[in-house]
Write a protein that binds this ligand. Structure first.
Ligand code: ZN
Length: 160
């Protein structure tokens, strides 16, 4: 693990490691309908999301870039959660995840679609790491917001 932060090791539960290693959603879609770049300078995480839409449905979403275990695992979780969903549904999932991570919402209230994100609950104790966990989700939301305005790309940088 490129992450030297050993005191966080106990947070990296098996499920996070599995998601970190899962390459299912890694890559870039050629000629995407939407792309969004996200950066979390505090940790050095960077992500590029590319999305193929059909009408209001997110048909395919891939991510590339590099980052810590938390940001990468969370990116995979997000892609898995939103692929095949409508934009509105995806927005609800992003809002629910954000509520859990940022507002300390109970994991019992997480929608089933993103139930596995409860593995990130322990990260809430480390505000700096919350930025890693939410990067992909907020980047995607930013992309959807720009898309509504007719734009095909978006840029999001976390404030430290
Ligand atoms: Zn990170």
């Amino acid at each position: 693990m490129a992450d030297g932060d050993f005191e966080l090791q106990d947070l990296y539960r098996d499920v996070l490691i599995d998601y970190y290693r899962d390459a299912t959603y890694k890559g870039e879609i050629q000629n995407p309908d939407l792309s969004a770049h996200g950066a979390n300078p505090t940790c050095g995480d960077e992500i590029k999301l590319t999305v193929r839409k059909e009408g209001d449905v997110i048909k395919e979403v891939r991510f590339s870039g590099c980052g810590c275990v938390i940001s990468q695992a969370s990116s995979t979780m997000m892609c898995e959660a939103v692929e095949g969903k409508t934009v509105d549904h995806a927005r609800e999932l992003i809002a629910a995840f954000r509520k859990m991570m940022i507002e300390n919402g109970p994991v019992s209230e997480l929608p089933e679609d993103i139930g596995e994100t409860e593995a990130l609950e322990g990260v809430r104790k480390f505000p700096i790491r919350v930025k890693c966990a939410i990067l992909a989700w907020i980047t995607f939301r930013q992309g959807l917001d720009e898309n509504l305005k007719g734009r095909a790309s978006a840029q999001y940088t976390e404030v430290s």
